[in-house]
Ligand binder design. Structure first.
Ligand SMILES: Cc1cc2nc3c(=O)[nH]c(=O)nc-3n(C[C@H](O)[C@H](O)[C@H](O)COP(=O)(O)OP(=O)(O)OC[C@H]3O[C@@H](n4cnc5c(N)ncnc54)[C@H](O)[C@@H]3O)c2cc1C
Length: 582
């Protein structure tokens, strides 16, 4: 049956061996005393919470959904108790500054925590999903009484937070947002306007909700340069209700246990965070962390699909397979796990989930290095790496998560199409990850047009050099580096041709992002394979784990290499005109 087995062994492999994080932490301020054993304990406890508390309320929460009655939203049964247990265990404060009541642990561990939460129960995880981003935003921008009142409570998760950007006519283009902010005599502001699709806009998990709202001051310039950021609480200091209301809950495809709210602000009291008209840069503190977390949601769905499909395929007999591991099972049919078509799907899911984990944790580790490394040069290099990896992680892992769940559904046949077996919920819940926090098309444009081409691919070349160096010692190193060289060539050609055809980078962006993703996944496999070969040669105790890594690395290069080639072909095809449609 559908359940979550936290992939702790694989997480430890990535954290300790692939990233070498425990060694790296010795050069990061605040993490010097953190060791592999402590990290493993944190992951184990997080895995227990995800598997034992969150996974059991995932399916029931989907059937029950959220209810709006008398202006208040109720979440499904068990969500509130689970959230209280989450707060009591101190999980919201895991990666927050100890000076603000946090535990001061790395983003890397927080990312592993969120991968597990999302895998076990994506809808529930939407509520605390924005908490860390809100903490970062308040930590950087809140001052005086606003800071004293809200930062500690958000750090502890006592009050949850939202990110209020989207309006009915302003989605990807936030510059069109119209919500207004009028200064009041006491230094606060009155916020008026409507926001839609606000995750956790109202709920019954915490008594107060801290809305972070983009709005325009009087005489603000048009576009994104005229947006300011305001903190607007559900309850005012003293406990009186603020003029904020949930008008409607969206009836949506998935994430039924997550309240997606249309919110109205009717002269609500709010306080400016940061500088006037600098709301979007302030919000970006939240959005970058949020983008990585959305990638982790994709990874969570992929991991769930991979492990549950494998369990089912090892239980379900159907037809004779052309070949089986000896001895052939008794009975009239073989397990479906032995049919080549099913085997290929299972291996593809596993190969993508495990290399996807390396990719996501590379990005999280780079955020830690940027924030904490003792050496300024290393901090800067890590910042550039994180900035390039974030849109790739977001787009590639969400695509793998959703389409992986869709492929996995086929392993159950018709039984995958019914609710009880869990996978159809995963297909529905995962679809939105390709859309929110900037659609994957927007991620691709961000990567190619804003981050790769302006310096003729120089920073991207540094990322590729770094990735190529990860492949040392693997028999797959040459194949992985050949992809990197091909990618460099494609970027150089794009840069050259874009001068005469300014639309070209936008036509090529999506495929270039995925080609970069496939190339990085190849480097992840080459590194994992080299480490596994070394462990086997040293006579490591859990040789089957490492042998499994080597099998998947070979599968990646033999079976999935075509994905990279297909994406690069489409980058080349982007030179052709794309007609307008009518
Ligand atoms: C379940 C759910 C939860 C959400 N939670 C929140 C939340 O908590 N807070 C919040 O503020 N918002 C939230 N959103 C909103 C979400 O971020 C937006 O839906 C998303 O940014 C896309 O905006 P849009 O829906 O208006 O689509 P549009 O912007 O209208 O886009 C429609 C299509 O056009 C494409 N497109 C648009 N512009 C470009 C471009 N420049 N280049 C290439 N393609 C482009 C898009 O990729 C997309 O395919 C949520 C949405 C959902 C469904």
């Amino acid at each position: 049956m559908w359940h979550y087995d936290p992939p702790l062994r694989d997480m430890r492999f990535v954290v300790d061996e692939v990233l070498g994080a425990p060694d790296a932490w010795t050069a990061m301020s605040g993490f010097e005393d953190l060791d592999a054993g402590t990290a493993a304990q944190v992951l184990e406890q997080a895995g227990r919470f995800a598997a034992e508390v969150l996974a059991p309320i995932n399916g029931p929460g989907d059937l029950e959904g959220c209810v709006l009655a008398d202006g208040r939203v109720s979440t499904p049964r068990g969500f509130r108790e689970a959230y209280q247990a989450f707060v009591d265990a101190g999980w919201p404060a895991l990666a927050c500054d100890p000076d603000c009541g946090g535990q001061g642990l790395p983003q890397l561990l927080n990312s592993a925590l969120f991968e597990m939460l999302a895998a076990a129960n994506h809808a529930w995880t939407m509520y605390p999903g924005l908490l860390h981003g809100a903490y970062e935003c308040l930590h950087a921008h809140a001052r005086g009484a606003v800071r004293d009142t809200y930062l500690p409570r958000v750090t502890r998760g006592e009050w949850l937070s939202t990110m209020c950007l989207t309006e009915a006519h302003a989605g990807s283009d936030l510059g069109l947002a119209r919500t207004r902010a009028e200064p009041a005599a006491d230094g606060s502001h009155r916020i008026t306007g409507g926001k839609i699709f606000i995750s956790g806009g109202d709920h019954d998990l915490t008594p107060n909700i801290v809305h972070l709202v983009l709005a325009r001051l009087p005489d603000a310039p048009s576009g994104t340069k005229g947006l300011s950021l305001f903190l607007v609480p559900k309850l005012l200091p003293g406990g009186a209700p603020n003029a904020v209301r949930c008008e409607r809950l969206e009836h949506k495809m998935g994430l039924k246990g997550s309240a997606t709210c249309a919110m109205s602000f009717d002269g609500a009291t709010g306080w400016l965070l940061g500088e006037p008209n600098r709301g979007l840069p302030a919000m970006f503190l939240m959005m970058n962390a949020a983008r990585l977390h959305v990638g982790l949601q994709g990874l969570g769905h992929l991991e769930m699909a991979a492990q549950n499909a494998l369990r089912y395929a090892l239980e379900r007999p159907q037809s004779r397979a052309p070949r089986t591991p000896a001895p052939r099972s008794g009975g009239a049919a073989d397990l479906i796990a032995h049919h080549p078509a099913v085997r290929r799907t299972l291996l593809e899911l596993q190969a993508r989930a495990q290399a996807g984990r390396v990719l996501a944790y590379w990005a999280a580790h780079a955020l830690d290095e940027h924030a904490r490394h003792a050496d300024a040069g290393a901090r800067e290099a890590a910042n550039e790496r994180a900035s390039l990896l974030t849109p790739i992680v977001k787009a590639v892992l969400t695509e793998f998560g959703h389409f992986g769940a869709d492929r996995a559904l086929g392993v159950w046949g018709g039984h995958g199409y019914v609710h009880e077996n869990g996978i159809e919920q995963s297909v529905r819940d995962s679809r939105v990850t390709l859309i929110y926090e900037g659609t994957n098309e927007i991620q691709a444009a961000d990567l190619v047009v804003r981050k790769i081409l302006p310096d003729a691919g120089a920073k991207f070349a540094a990322l590729l050099d770094w990735a190529g160096a990860q492949c040392e010692g693997s028999p797959h190193a040459a194949a992985a580096r050949a992809r990197i060289d091909a990618l460099r060539g494609a970027v150089a050609a794009l840069h050259r041709d874009a001068a005469a055809d300014p639309e070209l980078p936008y036509r090529a962006a999506d495929d270039l992002l995925f080609a970069a993703g496939e190339a990085l996944l190849g480097c992840a496999w080459a590194r994992s394979d080299a480490l596994a070969a070394g462990a086997i040669a040293r006579g490591a105790a859990d040789a089957p784990f490492y042998e499994g890594k080597r099998v998947l690395a070979r599968f990646h290069f033999e079976w999935l290499g075509g994905e990279f080639a297909r994406r690069l072909e489409r980058v080349a095809a982007a030179r052709c005109a794309l007609p307008f449609v009518a």
